[in-house]
Design a protein around this ligand. Structure first.
Ligand SMILES: Nc1ncnc2c1ncn2[C@@H]1O[C@H](COP(=O)(O)OP(=O)(O)O)[C@@H](O)[C@H]1O
Ligand code: SF4
Ligand SMILES: [Mg+2]
Length: 335
């Protein structure tokens, strides 16, 4: 189904590294390391992986927000703007600014950082929308904001309070409403439900689903919480050490995970009625500044073979939506 939809965002061999000077020596943190993505219109694409694997950095790179010490090392990033696919990697700051909010919007980790603490919520709306859409009067901005707030079932007076007066869950919902107010084609969410309790989480997830359904846009959602992915994502990319190592529909990822790392992620989840001990991923994630050779999962992998230590496997396409980078599958199909 996804294959018939149009691609709204695409990357080719995207690499974005942090280049740091540590005690006179250069340190390179390979946070986004050769990522190929094809994200479709009208879908929720989930990205999952352990803390520190590069999820936030990947989102920043997809948002075209690569600022030192992060550097775009290689690869391409394309947005489909109008009928055309545009390479946005070399856009000027002004061109990028024009796309923000209207074409692509970012919901950062931690809603408090979005709001100016000394302004009422409507002040932040005016700043955000006003800086992206020239020529709109304050009254028009307020109207746009108010309309979306009401559509999403948030309290009417929410624009007239200060950020600290809202609960964490409400602040997060207001942040999402703000990000969606100019009907962006793509919304990027970084752990929007983390740190919220389960009941509040459900409200935030439902809101994301409602927005996606009504705008028929694309949401790229990062969370390490596989339960959230199960609930919202149409497709999932599993990220490990700066790479996407498996990608499939949500059903496939949960029912038939193929990459050993994905299998650990799925098997570590509690299952209803099953009291057996869950196994978490053995060992710890590698340092992205000092990656193991070959497949970066090899030091933790129970199925490791000699070739795994020497060479990173290419993707093997298992079916139209399912691909995996692991030497265990599809040998001979690798490039
Ligand atoms: N501003 C930064 N400067 C240097 N290294 C960073 C910076 N932000 C993140 N990193 C490093 O990049 C790697 C990936 O981080 P991040 O993208 O935040 O991962 P995740 O979101 O999956 O937890 C980590 O090793 C982290 O320490
Ligand atoms: S390529 Fe080898 S080490 Fe990597 S996940 Fe597959 S079997 Fe394990
Ligand atoms: Mg993060």
């Amino acid at each position: 189904m996804a294959a018939q939809k149009q691609i709204v965002l695409r990357t080719e061999h995207l690499k974005a590294f942090y280049i740091l000077e540590v005690q006179g020596t250069q340190k390179t943190v390979k946070a986004v390391n050769d990522v190929d993505l094809q994200i479709y219109e009208d879908e929720i694409y989930g990205i999952a992986g352990e803390s520190g694997c590069g999820k936030t950095t990947l989102l920043k790179t997809l948002f075209n927000e690569v600022v030192p010490p992060l550097r775009l090392i290689d690869g391409k990033l394309y947005y489909r703007i109008g009928a055309q696919e545009t390479d946005v990697t070399n856009m000027s700051a002004e061109e990028k600014r024009k796309l923000r909010m209207e074409y692509i919007a970012y919901i950062p980790q931690g809603s408090m950082s979005v709001f100016n603490p000394v302004l009422k919520i409507k002040g932040t709306y005016e700043d955000f929308i006003g800086s992206h859409v020239s020529g709109q009067s304050r009254a028009e901005i307020f109207q746009t904001a108010h309309k979306r707030i009401l559509e999403l079932g948030l309290p009417k007076n929410v624009l007239d309070v200060y950020p600290h007066q809202l609960s964490g869950g409400m602040r997060q919902r207001v942040t999402i409403a703000l990000a969606s107010s100019l009907n962006p084609r793509i919304m990027i969410g970084d752990e929007p439900t983390t740190a919220l309790d389960v009941v509040v989480q459900r409200g935030v997830i439902q809101m994301l689903k409602d927005i996606q359904k009504s705008l028929k846009n694309t949401i790229i959602l990062v969370t390490h919480d596989m339960g959230v992915h199960a609930n919202v994502a149409d497709r999932i990319g599993i990220m490990y050490a700066g790479k996407i190592v498996e990608e499939a529909t949500t059903e496939q990822i949960f029912a038939e995970p193929v990459h050993p790392y994905t299998q650990f992620l799925i098997n570590s989840l509690p299952k209803f009625g099953d009291k057996s001990v869950r196994t978490s991923v053995p060992g710890s994630p590698p340092s992205l500044a000092d990656l193991p050779s070959g497949c970066p999962f090899h030091p933790r992998c129970p199925h490791v073979k000699d070739i795994c230590r020497q060479q990173m496997p290419d993707f093997t396409q298992l079916d139209k939506d399912h691909k995996v980078a692991c030497w265990l599958v599809g040998e001979g199909q690798h490039g």
